[in-house]
Design a protein around this ligand. Structure first.
Ligand code: G3P
Length: 494
């Protein structure tokens, strides 16, 4: 497979500069400004994307709103055919998407490839699930004082134009997981990819365009969030926003946009509770996988482990052992690299380093790692951590797992409950009933028993509470979120 599919996106090759998609064609912005995209490994520039203007945003949204009026009436069967085609394009061009993720966001080859294939599978799965979303009718007679002669016909209708804002850590999967359900439910979509991840977002958009999505139903605009974010999210032409990103950006956006439906997946500082009877080997393996995958830059990444001292003493040596065998820190282009490559930028790594130093200055002990080289943070284990240290209190998007000693399970539950976040938590125990009793008391969106936090499989509901988000994602849940109920009530005339 050649990369011809993506030729239209390029404005020029040297330096590589990419256009944005205005819904009809690939355009150079009239701003005359471009944003450099850096390879996280060494900071070198891999390309430039357009910094679009407000007028270009207005134009894209206005035309999307007009086109959506027709798209909503295109048969579901036709929509499904196009969406399935988009999934197949991702599979056909898997190596192009994989290579792009490696250089644009520094994901290891294994993780990048699995993001591409997972994205194709999720897109296709939406087409299977959408056919199970039915409308229904409700008769009036169940309510006191009514006869059965009033009927509410309830159906799902599109919101209109959905703004899909993706994060840098999954620029394909967490954009496609918004785009596919939005389109299937009859919406037009304006994609705003993360700055670092923009080129992948443009390529993904091209997959939908080449799959036959009609003009103006999908567009992709690029620019710095801090320059165009407010303008876009508060734009009157945007009917609904599906956002994945940091809690601070999500919370600020929620305050600004007013009464617009929002689906927000934000940060997490996911804890693990280890009971004395846990399978320590399984637990250690899951902690390494959950804490260090994609260098800890997942909102579902494990951030801290709560265990009594005796349990921690049995667990920690195994965690260190699995870190040695499972992690291979290196250049993401290198096949040998496993779990930990660079974080997204040297600036981000500097901040992570400061967070480690803060913890140490407050009494934490570095058991492993702790140092930085450029954008690389050595996989780090901290002990003697307390939950008021930034490394645990805030979402630290880096390869660090902290151990907090607890005196009782009640103390673990209090610590988790006091967190600003509430995405996921894990409980490790061989007694399912004991683990479930703890799960019942944890104020988070999802509790994993004997597994590390994760979003997938993608048809499971995925949601956070508190600073971790608003609404529910997951294939069926996203289809529901990308539509609204509408009721037509038929009253008797006689
Ligand atoms: O940070 C994005 C979040 O959705 C993580 O997804 O699949 O790595 O658990 P996953």
């Amino acid at each position: 497979m050649t990369d011809n599919l993506f030729q239209d996106i390029k404005q020029r090759d040297n330096p590589k500069t990419y256009r944005y998609f205005n819904g009809v064609s690939w355009k150079t912005s009239s701003s005359g400004r471009c944003i450099p995209i850096h390879f996280p490994h060494d900071g070198s520039i891999i390309g430039y994307v357009q910094a679009v203007t407000r007028e270009e945003i207005d134009d894209v949204i206005q035309r999307a709103a007009r086109a959506q009026q027709e798209w909503r009436h295109v048969s579901l069967k036709e929509k499904m055919t196009m969406i399935k085609r988009a999934a197949q394009i991702l599979r056909d061009y898997e190596s192009f998407f994989t290579e792009m993720l490696i250089v644009e966001i520094g994901k290891s080859r294994y993780e990048a490839k699995s993001e591409v294939l997972r994205t194709a599978d999720s897109i296709e799965f939406c087409t299977y699930e959408v056919i199970n979303l039915y409308g229904y009718a409700i008769k009036s007679d169940v309510f006191p004082g009514y006869k059965e002669d009033i009927v509410s016909h309830v159906e799902r209708v599109p919101h209109g134009v959905i703004l899909a804002i993706g994060p840098f850590n999954y620029p394909l999967n967490l954009v496609a997981s918004k785009v596919a359900p939005a389109l299937l439910m009859g919406n037009a979509v304006v994609v705003k990819p993360p700055t670092q991840g923009s080129i992948s977002g443009l390529m993904l958009t091209q997959a939908f365009v080449k799959a036959g999505i009609p003009k103006n139903i999908i567009s992709c605009i690029t620019g710095e969030g801090r320059e165009i974010g407010d303008y876009l999210t508060t734009h009157p032409g945007i009917s609904m926003i599906a956002f994945t990103g940091s809690s601070s950006v999500g919370q600020a956006m929620a305050q600004r946009v007013g009464m617009k439906p929002l689906l927000c997946e934000c940060g997490g500082n996911n804890p693990v509770v280890v009971l004395p009877d846990a399978d320590m080997s399984l637990t250690a393996k899951e902690i390494v996988r959950g804490g260090f995958a994609y260098a800890g830059q997942r909102c579902t990444g494990i951030k801290y482990v709560l265990a009594m001292k005796e349990t921690r003493d049995r667990l920690l040596p195994l965690v260190l052992e699995y870190m040695n065998t499972m992690i291979h820190v290196g250049d993401p282009r290198d096949d040998a690299t496993s779990l930990v490559g660079p974080v997204i930028s040297e600036k981000a790594a500097e901040e992570i380093e400061r967070v480690i130093q803060d913890a140490v200055s407050q009494g934490a002990t570095i058991v492993s790692g702790g140092s930085r080289r450029g954008a690389y943070i050595d996989p780090t284990i901290l002990t003697n951590v307390s939950n008021d240290m930034r490394v645990v209190k805030e979402e630290t998007f880096g390869p660090i797992v902290s151990f907090i000693d607890i005196a009782s399970i009640d103390e673990a539950i209090e610590i988790i409950a006091s967190s600003a976040y509430g995405l996921q938590a894990s409980v490790f125990s061989l007694h399912e009933s004991a683990a479930r009793r703890i799960a019942d008391r944890l104020p988070v969106g999802t509790v994993q028993i004997n597994g590390s936090p994760q979003r997938g499989p993608d048809h499971f509901p995925f949601m956070g509470i508190k600073a971790s988000g608003l609404g529910v994602q997951g294939i069926r849940y996203s289809l529901e979120a990308m539509s609204r109920l509408k009721s037509v009530v038929v009253n008797p005339t006689e």
